[in-house]
Design a protein around this ligand. Sequence first.
Ligand SMILES: Cc1cc2nc3c(=O)[nH]c(=O)nc-3n(C[C@H](O)[C@H](O)[C@H](O)COP(=O)(O)OP(=O)(O)OC[C@H]3O[C@@H](n4cnc5c(N)ncnc54)[C@H](O)[C@@H]3O)c2cc1C
Length: 333
Amino acid sequence: MRLYLSLSQAVAALSLSTLGGLAPSKCLSSSQMTSASHFGYGSVNTPGSGYVLLHHVMGETDGDRGIWSYVEGGMGSVSLAISKAAQEAGAHIVTGAEELVPENVLPNDFLHAVKNLDYSSGTTKINLAVKSLPQFRCCNLCHPDAGPQHMGTIHIGSESMEEIDSACQDAVNGLPSRRPIIEMTIPSVLDKTISPPGKHVINLFIQYTPYKPSDGSWEDPAYRESFAQRCFMLIDEYSPGFSSSVIGYDMLTPPDLEREIGLTGGNIFHGAMGLDSLFLMRPLKGWSNYRTPVQGLYLCGSGAHPGGGVMGAPGRNAAHEVLKDFKELKPLK
Ligand SMILES: Cc1cc2nc3c(=O)[nH]c(=O)nc-3n(C[C@H](O)[C@H](O)[C@H](O)COP(=O)(O)OP(=O)(O)OC[C@H]3O[C@@H](n4cnc5c(N)ncnc54)[C@H](O)[C@@H]3O)c2cc1C
């Protein structure tokens, strides 16, 4: 317990700005730090953002720590693979259930605590189809083929901690960032199954966009279009001609993520990963053991410890608890 407290206290105390002093260059540090701001309206000065950065780099791919991967066929391939394995093992999967847990079976204090969790989010996703790959000014290259510069995460508009902070402050004031922080990925340079030859798929992970902006509405097509164009024009600064390469796009603001994917508040991690919602406090104090007040109902997703991301850890931990409970069950006669 003593180790847990000292580690969590140390990590939690770190904010992006504290960590920034340790990084080798201003530009490198701020691009790394965007990962640390993936919670609610987290900014460079928010305590706990250091933990969120650790959360993003503690995983590994094929033994290489901190490396992220693309999934062939798109992210849906992960869910399909899991559902196939589960069904082969005898699981029965229900989708689109009207009501997973009726409210009246949960104790009031539990219900109240869940409803008061922080589901704030400043994330918008834009998925694009483009007719050519972006050519970046900084790479001084001009050929249509994919190069290493297209294969990782491309950070746009986060050249300094101040820039990230200023983008966040806009959202705190109720406005979509005037210069949004954009993380671009182009999975089709590695995965030929998701776009026709010569064309590409681009994903933009964008911060910060308030759920309910004070200067307009995400329901208004003109307002939506103007924000999308703001993002494309920012990319044009780094990659001239990007806007004119766009064939079409789909934009998911926080209310869209809530409506279409079922993410409360549009929060990408099923609840913000602030200091008050980590470790023994996730999802709620007293309920970090994957069980719920309903016997036989377990939590296995991002709302449970250790939190969001396509990492499988909450599911693995929950499965261990289920197995423990099964072992304690008396065999039926
Ligand atoms: C825009 C965006 C970008 C992200 N980027 C990354 C990234 O780059 N890397 C990363 O690791 N993570 C990323 N994440 C986070 C990651 O996607 C989530 O943490 C992860 O998918 C959570 O997995 P889960 O199984 O807990 O829940 P989910 O993937 O949300 O799955 C929950 C499922 O339950 C279903 N469901 C909900 N209600 C019902 C019901 N009543 N009946 C039946 N089914 C129901 C939903 O339809 C959904 O399929 C991102 C998330 C978003 C939104």
